[in-house]
Design a protein around this ligand. Structure first.
Ligand code: XIL
Length: 330
């Protein structure tokens, strides 16, 4: 069945039409080797997040070894093409290097590891990476703190320390807390806002919240998404839809694929982007798609060839792209 026939629009430079930065998560190897991939990114997006290259497991593979090769090339790429490079992510329990999970030491030794890690990476990128997901996924669904090696060994002050160390290494950088399901789990959002609000009141620099926005074609309700974003804004944080995708999969199986499903994805895309544009212009850090084409998505292999993004595997625009574009021009 040809479900991708006749999307209602043509490819235009998306970011030029938008009144906020439009980003994409990039696969470094494809960016270097695949010209079509690279050119589409250059023409459509003005903000870049590395899908892997800046995660601890890659960038800090041993206690005394850092691997900045991909980061430095991304910095050059972004300078050359006038793109913003958003740093993702300094501290994430799933992105830890193996040596971190095995490290043994007392609280001070762990604190030293955290400090060196953040100071070295942010210091290296200072001036070139002007925003960071400092801490990723530190809360559970119910709003309690997620168990991880930092919490276990340093205590909950690790959260404050992450932001303090990042600000020390680059006082001008915008610092984000990043997490998923903030738009669908009010208890989680509430806990995050209260916690970060308390730190801010103590003078800790936290500029924004990354709402990952791994959504699907039926869930969550648009009103819940919009209300959550407005709440984040009302608490004085920049709002980044930081890893946006709209999955067509439920419980591991693709919903019955018919022409309506991709259209529905398009209309949801339009509503979500339109809702984002109703935030104040100063609060809109941007919307970042978590991958370029459907086949590049982290959900493609995991989920039965899911199709959650703006372009199909041949880089043709999908109704989702047209929905995004329509929301920008209305
Ligand atoms: C994912 C990547 O997309 C995958 O390719 C990788 O195998 C695992 O990480 N939340 C995040 C992202 O903050 O860093 C994750 O990215 C997706 C979930």
């Amino acid at each position: 069945m040809d479900t991708e026939k006749d999307p209602s629009c043509n490819k235009v430079p998306l970011f030029e039409k938008a009144d906020f930065p439009v980003g994409v998560a990039v696969d470094f190897a494809k960016l270097i080797r695949d010209e079509a991939y690279r050119n589409l990114i250059i023409s459509q997006f003005n903000s870049i997040t590395a899908e892997q290259s800046m995660k601890a497991s890659f960038i800090h593979p041993a206690r005394d070894a850092y691997n900045f090769s991909e980061t430095d090339q991304l910095i050059e790429f972004c300078k050359k093409h006038n793109k913003r490079l958003h740093g993702h992510t300094l501290v994430w329990y799933k992105g830890n290097a193996k040596w971190m999970d095995k490290f043994k030491g007392d609280k001070d030794a762990w604190d030293q590891v955290l400090k060196e890690h953040i100071h070295t990476i942010v210091g290296h990128c200072r001036g070139n990476v002007k925003s960071w997901d400092v801490l990723n996924e530190a809360f559970n669904d119910d709003g309690s703190l997620r168990q991880n090696v930092w919490l276990k060994n340093i205590g909950e002050e690790y959260i404050e320390k992450c932001f303090r160390y990042a600000a020390e290494a680059d006082p001008a950088a915008l610092l984000f807390y990043n997490d998923f399901d903030l738009e669908s789990r009010p208890e989680k959002l509430d806990a995050v806002l209260k916690y970060l609000g308390r730190l801010k009141a103590k003078g800790v620099k936290i500029d924004g919240i990354g709402m990952q926005m791994h959504t699907n074609v039926n869930f969550p309700y648009i009103t819940d998404i919009n209300m959550a974003a407005m709440e984040v804004e009302a608490h004085g944080f920049l709002v980044h839809y930081s890893e946006f995708d709209i999955s067509l999969v439920k419980a591991g199986t693709l919903w019955m694929m018919d022409k309506h499903l991709l259209k529905r994805q398009g209309s949801r895309m339009k509503e979500i982007v339109a809702g984002y544009r109703r935030l104040g212009s100063k609060s809109r850090f941007g919307i970042t798609m978590w991958g370029l084409s459907d086949a590049d998505s982290w959900l493609y292999d995991k989920n039965d060839h899911d199709r959650p993004l703006l372009f199909d595997k041949r880089y043709k625009v999908k109704p989702a792209y047209c929905g995004f574009l329509e929301a920008l021009t209305e």
